[in-house]
Ligand binder design. Structure first.
Ligand SMILES: Nc1ncnc2c1ncn2[C@@H]1O[C@H](COP(=O)(O)OP(=O)(O)O)[C@@H](O)[C@H]1O
Ligand SMILES: [Mg+2]
Length: 300
C-alpha cells in the first residue's frame, strides 16, 4: 500500500484538479490520479491509500471496454517507470517511482465541453430527494409511486454545469441546448446513455449495479470523445447487486461512507474539511479495491 497526495514534478504544463494532477505534453496530457479524495466538492486533508491506482486502472479498463460504443481520450495506460520516464523525462540518473507510474495515463488533450453528463438508471441521491418533493428528477417528470433506489422505467440524462469552483447546477434540456447547441446536446445525450447501458449490463454480470454515473466529453479535431475518468467509484454510485432491494438507501462501493461520516460530524461543507478517522479511511480504501476487483475480475 502506498499513498500519494500530490505530485510535484517541475513542469511548465502542470495543472491540478481536485483528484488528478495533469501535465500538458503537446497534444497529449499525462494524467496522474492521486490518492486525494473530495466530498461535497471539497478536497479532504487525508488521502485514501492506493485510491489513485485503482481509479486509474479502472478508468482504463472501461475506456478499453467501451471504445466501440464511443471514442475516448485514452492513448496508453502507463505500465512502468520506464514508460513514464519516456513521456516525462525525470532528469539524468533518475527514474520516476513505480507508485507514480501506476497512477499515470497518457491521453489526448481535448477542448473540454463544460458539462457534466450524468446518467441515472435508478432513483437515488438528489434525484430521489427531488422526486419525493415534486415528482420529478432534475426537472424531468417520472411516473408516480416509485420507491427509493428503484430501477427507472428508462435511464435518464440529467446534465449539470461544470463549475470552476463550488457546486455544479442542474441544466434543463433547454439550457443544455443553449450552452452547447442542439446537435451537440443530442450527441452528448445519446453517447452518455449508450455508455451507461453498456456498462450497466456488464457490471450486473459482475454483481455490481451502476445506479448512476457522470461523464465528461471533449473535442479533438472536431470529433466528440469521452475524456476525464470513466465509471469509477468517484464518478458513479456502485451497489452490491446481491444486497439490492428498492424502498431504502443501498450500501455502496463508492464514497458514501465518507459523505455519511462528514454529515454526522457536523462539518458545514466549507473548506477546510475535517480529517477522517483511520477506520473510515481504511473502509474507503477497501471499497475502491473491492469495486476494482469485482468489476475487472483481475488483480493488479
Ligand atoms: N482529455 C482531456 N483534455 C483536457 N482536459 C481533460 C481531459 N481529461 C480530463 N480533463 C480535465 O482534467 C481535470 C482532471 O482532474 P480532476 O481532479 O478530475 O479535476 P476536477 O477537480 O475538475 O474534477 C478535469 O478538470 C478534467 O475536466
Ligand atoms: Mg474530476
Amino acid at each position: 500500500m502506498s499513498i500519494l497526495i500530490e505530485t510535484d514534478l517541475p513542469h511548465p504544463g502542470f495543472f491540478r484538479g481536485k483528484v488528478r494532477d495533469s501535465y500538458a505534453l503537446g497534444d497529449k496530457l499525462l494524467m496522474i490520479a492521486t490518492d486525494r479524495i473530495s466530498a461535497f466538492d471539497v478536497v479532504l486533508p487525508c488521502g485514501i491509500p492506493d485510491k489513485g491506482l485503482f481509479l486509474n486502472k479502472l478508468s482504463a479498463f472501461w475506456f478499453e471496454r467501451t471504445a466501440s460504443v464511443a471514442p475516448n481520450h485514452l492513448v496508453e495506460l502507463i505500465a512502468d517507470s520506464r514508460q513514464l520516464d519516456a513521456h516525462l523525462p525525470p532528469g539524468t540518473g533518475y527514474s520516476h517511482p513505480a507508485y507514480l507510474a501506476a497512477r499515470s495515463m497518457l491521453v489526448k488533450k481535448a477542448e473540454r465541453i463544460p458539462v457534466e453528463c450524468v446518467v441515472r438508471g435508478y432513483l437515488s441521491g438528489s434525484a430521489w430527494a427531488e422526486y419525493r418533493q415534486r415528482g420529478t428528477a432534475c426537472g424531468l417528470p417520472l411516473p408516480q409511486g416509485l420507491k427509493e433506489s428503484q430501477l427507472l422505467p428508462q435511464s435518464i440524462f440529467t446534465p449539470t454545469t461544470k463549475a470552476e469552483s463550488g457546486h455544479d447546477l442542474p441544466l434543463s434540456p433547454e439550457e443544455m441546448k443553449q450552452l452547447v447547441g442542439e446537435a451537440l446536446a443530442q450527441e452528448l445525450e445519446e453517447k452518455s446513455l449508450a455508455i451507461y447501458r453498456h456498462a450497466h449490463e456488464y457490471a450486473q454480470s459482475r454483481g455490481i449495479i451502476i445506479a448512476d454515473t457522470k461523464m465528461e466529453f471533449g473535442l479533438v479535431d472536431g470529433q466528440v470523445i469521452l475524456i476525464d475518468e470513466l465509471l469509477t467509484p468517484d464518478s458513479s454510485r456502485f451497489w452490491d447487486a446481491s444486497q439490492f432491494a428498492a424502498g431504502r438507501p443501498q450500501p455502496s462501493f463508492d464514497k458514501q461512507p465518507v459523505r455519511d461520516w462528514l454529515i454526522q460530524s457536523g462539518w458545514n461543507q466549507e473548506p477546510p474539511a475535517p480529517m477522517l478517522p483511520p477506520e473510515v479511511i481504511e473502509a474507503t480504501a477497501e471499497r475502491y479495491r473491492e469495486a476494482y476487483l469485482r468489476l475487472t475480475g483481475k488483480g493488479l
